[in-house]
Design a protein around this ligand. Structure first.
Ligand code: ZN
Ligand code: ZN
Length: 353
């Protein structure tokens, strides 16, 4: 075991502070990454503040971060994919049982025994729970470590590991591509990735936003058209025309307004998670055989596919790079959606702690 530097929250009410944590030394199949950048995901905030207490209580100290890009520092003897010096990334998962039907099908994100990158029981027992990327290093089995295309800006690549795969996976599943009309609802961390990826996949992309002021940005990010969702005339013009709509909104909103925009067999997929149940009018689904789904991240193979796709199309997140010392301030700004469109922590800043 060794000591790693980290920024940790010691309780639900405590701000992040400089700390040290125990990490395991890399075993036979492990890769140790020196972390270069880590994105700040809204889940980090929920988890650090124990806002999911009822179904996923936070164990303290809590070190969040599951949008990790780094460089391989050490690799175990059995490691085949990586050597020291390689760029590498870690997303939301660091292990699974590898034997269940979901794992065998490449859907580690649905494995009942998956190990999340932070706040999951640590089966290596270096610590009570796993610790994430707000740290100078991490040790992960190579099966859960991704390759990073060398052309990508690394600060902007970090958010691909959660925001990128969360939007890419449902779009691939529902056949987003050339000849398809695709909507993206909400223009935040997830939505801005949705626009970039849907555009690169070749779809006709329509951005839905409540803020007319975001129109220029949505067009720049890849939208062919922008609809202000509070304008019912504008919404009505698109009735019955969408093959797929990616709903990235985590606040309460009227899902029926979007179901009405679907064409036959169209689908709305939720990737945002409003706190309270969303009412759905059954006839909005029955007529046109429409469907409503949800989707979390993606499997390891698909996450690699997404990174390679982003390498080919030179896609990264739009980020505001911050030093780790600004992470508490960044959380306050995140609550106000005051970021375009993701914070990415430059982990070199941790060296001075
Ligand atoms: Zn996330
Ligand atoms: Zn499994």
């Amino acid at each position: 075991m060794y000591k790693a530097k980290a920024y940790a929250a010691s309780s639900a009410k405590a701000p992040f502070a400089s700390s040290t944590i125990q990490r395991r030394d890399p075993g036979e199949n492990d890769v140790q990454l020196e972390i270069l950048f880590c994105g700040v995901c809204h889940s980090d905030l929920h988890q650090a503040r124990d806002e999911w207490h009822d179904f996923f209580a936070t164990v303290y100290p809590c070190v969040p971060g599951h949008e990790i890009v780094g460089r391989v520092a050490r690799a175990g003897k059995g490691v085949k994919k990586f050597k020291p010096g390689d760029l590498a990334a870690v997303g939301c998962l660091v292990d699974s049982d590898r034997t269940c039907p979901e794992c065998k099908a490449g859907f580690e994100q649905f494995c009942n025994n998956m190990v999340l990158t932070y706040n999951s029981p640590d089966k290596h027992q270096a610590a009570p729970v796993t610790y994430g990327g707000y740290s100078d290093s991490v040790v992960v089995d190579e099966r859960f470590v991704l390759r990073v295309p060398s052309n990508l800006n690394l600060a902007g690549a970090a958010p691909l590991l959660c925001a990128g795969i969360t939007t890419y996976s449902p779009m691939k599943h529902w056949g987003v591509g050339k000849g398809k009309k695709v909507g993206v609802v909400g223009l935040g961390g997830l939505g801005h990735m949705g626009l970039k990826l849907a555009h690169a996949l070749g779809a006709h992309v329509v951005a839905f936003t409540t803020s007319p002021g975001k129109k220029e940005d949505a067009l720049r990010l890849g939208a062919d058209e922008v609809v202000v969702s509070t304008n019912s005339n504008e919404m009505q013009k698109h009735a019955g025309s969408f093959n797929f709509i990616l709903d990235c909104v985590s606040a309460q909103h009227d899902i029926n307004a979007y179901l009405a925009l679907l064409a036959r067999d169209g689908n709305v997929t939720l990737v945002g998670a409003p706190e309270k149940p969303l009412p759905v009018a059954a006839f909005n689904l029955i007529f046109g055989r429409k469907s409503l789904s949800g989707s979390p991240i993606g499997g390891i193979a698909e996450t690699q596919e997404m990174l390679d796709f982003c390498g080919k199309h030179n896609i990264t997140a739009d980020v505001e790079v911050i030093p780790i010392q600004k992470v508490n301030e960044a959380y306050e700004r995140l609550l106000k959606s005051d970021v375009k469109y993701r914070f990415s922590i430059d982990m070199a800043s941790l060296k001075s702690e």
